[in-house]
Each structure stands twice: as structure tokens, then as C-alpha cells.
Design a protein. Structure first.
Length: 549
């Protein structure tokens, strides 16, 4: 009898173990739901046309999904859902090959084959939808303007959203994740696989400990796209990180904060802040540690760009002052620096938009010059020995065309660009974005273009055009790596974020995104050089021009 009982217990334990192994986790179920919901949203002919309330469909089916335990139960729910959407006509257009090779580095529907989560029958249904996908005018995405900029359309704002509403938090995550999945051309360049990001962020959206935790989760998700255009903030985040700042600009080099400029002379004098001061601790914590704690909340296409955006989170705050350890002239002291809102600062600048330096070297600051001043500068500098064009800032306009005749055009094709293929979401159409007539330059001297992490977007695109001129070299450090169009994408509740919706490449397909523009002579500002108040990139450019003359 004892042996029989032991055998029965063994069978029961074995059954429970096998059954537990077959059960799906909450993360697995929600990950599968996010993917299927997004896929149907952009692929299913009866969903992508916008005739169904797709948000509501998710909200209604969520309870059933969360009750499912096994893949058979979950796949059954998904299969019934798909059947309820109506029949799909065969798509002959979908079977024809495109006239040109698509850009498909992002395209991946292999998740259909996940036999741990999906039954074979469900996998076949998903493949059928892919093969007979929607071919009309999409409801949830479109383009506008000559640049065919992506527009996220017809999404409910949920203005009365309350952060404790878990289904809407999940909906918000699913919306954002799928927009990046199908319409972010740089997904293949991410540091973290986008599938892994979904798994990482699901618990943070599903069960945040507080309203702040939820807002930090949204910010962290946006940062995960590794995009210098990935801006995101809310009133809650502003309250957490603070909107008050010391009256000085600064840069992070070698895990040290170096004061590089003054926002308000009177306030800087009041706090005894000078250019070249080095801050090594904030509130008793090493700058390296403060940076480590905050980097996941700092957007940027590359590390240097993340450091640029980290500055507002290192010394900013809600209190009226911040305690720092500061070094000047070899002497280190503990100091308390006052913080102010930016509207307190009285900016004063006497910068010239262009001038003639030593040895008849022209110097143009493209970040502050206006169109008339640029025309005057180019007319005046035709006979200069060399010209230095400073692109370490954001130009007021796109000035590429102004330089076309002045610097000449070496190659008819300046760049390639992608636009989303709405007929096959996840794929892109690659085209020669700009074709210009080749021509000889008016200016025959040497041209040096200065760049750094503040060279972003329009500035990077301008740099590409300048580089296509004759006798042009680029000097400096890695640029922001976000050269395309910036478009908004809202979370549920109207919280607005941004991302770079177009991918711009050099003619040889070298990407701008994350990598930045090509650099001929790399010069990185050093800690000591910055402390000494040197503009090492400009000084190097002058040195190069002078040596060559």
C-alpha cells in the first residue's frame, strides 16, 4: 500500500511539474499580445483601414489573455480574435517582387515561429495575413510634405487618463513599441534588441510603484531607442529632476564637470563661478556615480550625445542650491552654488557671425548666422586663403544650397534616404534623395568644417552637403548621430516623445544615425584644454590651415 501511495505521489508531482513548465508567464503572454496586436493593426486588411476601434479591442480581450495558462489556451484566444475580424481576400499584389531592392534590415516576423507560445495553427494564420496584407491607405500612419515625413495619425489621446489605469498603461507601451517596431528605420542599430526591450519594460509599465515610477518608465523606454531626437519630459519628470540650474554652461569630460560658459555674469559672480572650474562631486557623490545613476534617463544616439543631454540631470534640481566639490587653480573646496530658473538668466553675447582671422582665414559660425549675413560673408571671402565653417550649433535655416555654387559639387548624389513602405510595414524604400548638378567651385581655397556632439540633425545634413564640395575637410569629434526628420509620438495621456523617422546615408550607405557625419581629422576636447579655456577644435583647424600655407 505504501508503495502505491508513493507511486501516486510521484505521478502527481511529475504532472504538476510538467504542467508548471507548460504554463506561460505573464510577461510571455503580454509580449505575445503586444506583437499580435501591433501586427494586426498594420497588416490585417480589416484593422489597418481604421474601421475597428482597435484600442478597445485590446482592452476587451486583455482579461481573457491574462486568464490563459498554456500556449493552446492563448493561441485559441488569438485565433478566435482573428476569426472575428472577418475574412481576408487573396492579395495578388502582395506576391509580386518589388522593382527595387527594399531596405529591410529591420524586418523580422520570425516571432511567428515561437512554438513555445504559438500553436502551429496560429502561426499559419499569421503567415496568411502577412501574405495577404493591407494594401490601401493606412489609417494609423501617413506622410506629409515634400520630405514625406512620417506622421502618426488617428490615435486616441485619452486626455482623462489616470496613471493607475493598468490596461491603458499597457496599451501605451504596446502603441509605442509597435511604432518603433515597424516605423523606426534605425531599429537594427539599437544597443538592446527591441524584443528584449519589450520584456524589460513590461513589468515597469504593468506594476509601477508610483506615478513617478511610471513616468520614469516612459522616459527609459524612449531612451532605449538610442536617438538624439528622443526627447521626452512631463511635469512629473520636471518635478523629479528639477528645472533650476546653476548660471553656467558645462561639459562632462573624463567624468568631471567643466564650466565652459556663463549664462548670467552677475549671478555667476555672485556664486564665484568661472570658466574652467572643475566639479568632481555633486551632493557628496562622485560625478561618475551620478552619471551612472542617470544615464538610462539620458537620450542620445551615441555616448557623447548622451553626455550632452546628461548635463541637465547632473546639476539641475528643484531646490535653490546644490553642494559641490569644485577645483580651481589646483585648489579644491566644498561649495554651495545657487540654482535659478532659466528665465532669470540675462544672456549676453557679442559673438560675430563671421569674421576674418589671422592670415586671411575666413571664419563663419553657421549656428548663429542669418541668410543675409551668410550671403555677405561668402561674397567677401571669395579671395580668402581658407575658410573655417563652424557647424557646432544648429543653423537657423538649411544653408546647403547657399554653398552649392560656392564650394562646387563633386558628386551628383549627395545622400540616400529611406521612407517607410506602407504596403509592407517594417520594410523601407531606399532612394537617392538629392541629385544636384556637378559643378566647379567659386572658392578654390581650403575649407574646414568644424563639428562635435552639438552638430545635430539639420547641422549634420548641412555637413553632408558641405562635404560634397571641393577641398573640404571635416575636423572635430563625433556628431549627435540624428540627421533625419524628427517626428512626435504620443503616449496615452498626451505625453509627447520624439524620434528620428527617416534614415539618411552617404552615397556609400554609411549611416548618419548613431555614427554621425564622417570626420577627416578627429580632435576631442581634453580636460586640461577645456579648463584652460581653449577651443581645441578651432585651434587645430587654424593650425592645419596655417601649416598648409
Amino acid at each position: 500500500m505504501k508503495n502505491i501511495i508513493l507511486v501516486l505521489l510521484s505521478i502527481i508531482i511529475s504532472y504538476k511539474t510538467v504542467n508548471a513548465q507548460n504554463n506561460l508567464s505573464d510577461t510571455e503572454k503580454l509580449t505575445a499580445t503586444a506583437k499580435i496586436w501591433g501586427f494586426l493593426k498594420y497588416y490585417h486588411p480589416n484593422v489597418a483601414n481604421g474601421k475597428l476601434d482597435w484600442d478597445n479591442q485590446f482592452l476587451e480581450i486583455l482579461p481573457s489573455i491574462e486568464k490563459a495558462s498554456t500556449k493552446e489556451e492563448l493561441s485559441g484566444i488569438f485565433a478566435s480574435w482573428i476569426e472575428s475580424l472577418g475574412g481576408i481576400k487573396l492579395c495578388r499584389k502582395c506576391q509580386t517582387s518589388p522593382q527595387s531592392a527594399p531596405f529591410d534590415k529591420n524586418f523580422d516576423l520570425t516571432w511567428f515561429e515561437n512554438n513555445k507560445v504559438f500553436t502551429k495553427e496560429l502561426t499559419e494564420k499569421l503567415k496568411f495575413i502577412e501574405q495577404n496584407r493591407f494594401q490601401g491607405k493606412p489609417f494609423y500612419v501617413t506622410t506629409e510634405g515634400r520630405s514625406s515625413s512620417l506622421v502618426i495619425s488617428n490615435e486616441k489621446p485619452y486626455d482623462n487618463f489616470v496613471w493607475t489605469n493598468r490596461p491603458l498603461r499597457l496599451l501605451s507601451l504596446f502603441r509605442y513599441w509597435n511604432i518603433i517596431e515597424y516605423f523606426y528605420p534605425h531599429k537594427y542599430q539599437l544597443d538592446t534588441e527591441w524584443d528584449e526591450v519589450l520584456s524589460q519594460m513590461l513589468p515597469k509599465f504593468s506594476s509601477p510603484a508610483s506615478e513617478l515610477a511610471y513616468h520614469l518608465a516612459m522616459l527609459e523606454l524612449v531612451v532605449k531607442i538610442d536617438d538624439s531626437h528622443g526627447y521626452f519630459t512631463t511635469d512629473v519628470l520636471d518635478g523629479h529632476f528639477g528645472l533650476k540650474q546653476i548660471p553656467a554652461a558645462f561639459r562632462i569630460i573624463d567624468d568631471q564637470i567643466i564650466i565652459t560658459g556663463i549664462y548670467d555674469n552677475a549671478l555667476a559672480n555672485l556664486n564665484d563661478i568661472k570658466v574652467g572650474d572643475v566639479i568632481s562631486k555633486v551632493e557628496g557623490v562622485e560625478v561618475a556615480e551620478v552619471l551612472k545613476q542617470n544615464l538610462k534617463y539620458c537620450n542620445g544616439s551615441n555616448y557623447q550625445s548622451k553626455l550632452k543631454h546628461a548635463t541637465v540631470k547632473i546639476l539641475s534640481g528643484s531646490s535653490d542650491s546644490v553642494n559641490v566639490e569644485i577645483t580651481r587653480g589646483g585648489e579644491t573646496k566644498d561649495r554651495k552654488l545657487a540654482r535659478y530658473t532659466f528665465d532669470r538668466f540675462k544672456y549676453g553675447t557679442n559673438q560675430k557671425s563671421w569674421e576674418v582671422l589671422q592670415d586671411n582665414i575666413g571664419y563663419i559660425k553657421l549656428g548663429i548666422i542669418n541668410e543675409k549675413e551668410l550671403a555677405d560673408a561668402l561674397n567677401s571671402l571669395v579671395s580668402a586663403k581658407a575658410i573655417i565653417i563652424d557647424l557646432r550649433g544648429y543653423p537657423k535655416e538649411f544653408y546647403g544650397y547657399h554653398f552649392r555654387d560656392f564650394l562646387g559639387v563633386r558628386n551628383a548624389e549627395t545622400n540616400k534616404v529611406t521612407k517607410p513602405d506602407f504596403k509592407f510595414p517594417g520594410k523601407y524604400i531606399l532612394s537617392n534623395h538629392t541629385i544636384v548638378p556637378k559643378g566647379d567651385p567659386k572658392f578654390t581655397g581650403e575649407v574646414l568644417v568644424l563639428v562635435d556632439e552639438y552638430t545635430q540633425s539639420r547641422a549634420e545634413y548641412t555637413a553632408m552637403w558641405l562635404q560634397n564640395g571641393y577641398h573640404v575637410k571635416t575636423v572635430g569629434s563625433q556628431t549627435a548621430g540624428a540627421g533625419g526628420t524628427m517626428v512626435p509620438q504620443e503616449f496615452v495621456g498626451g505625453y509627447k516623445s520624439y524620434f528620428t523617422s527617416s534614415a539618411i546615408f552617404y552615397p556609400d550607405m554609411a549611416p548618419i544615425q548613431r555614427k554621425g557625419v564622417k570626420i577627416d581629422i578627429e580632435i576631442k576636447p581634453t580636460l586640461q584644454g577645456t579648463v584652460d579655456g581653449k577651443d581645441e577644435i578651432l585651434e587645430r583647424a587654424i593650425e592645419l590651415v596655417t601649416k598648409n600655407k
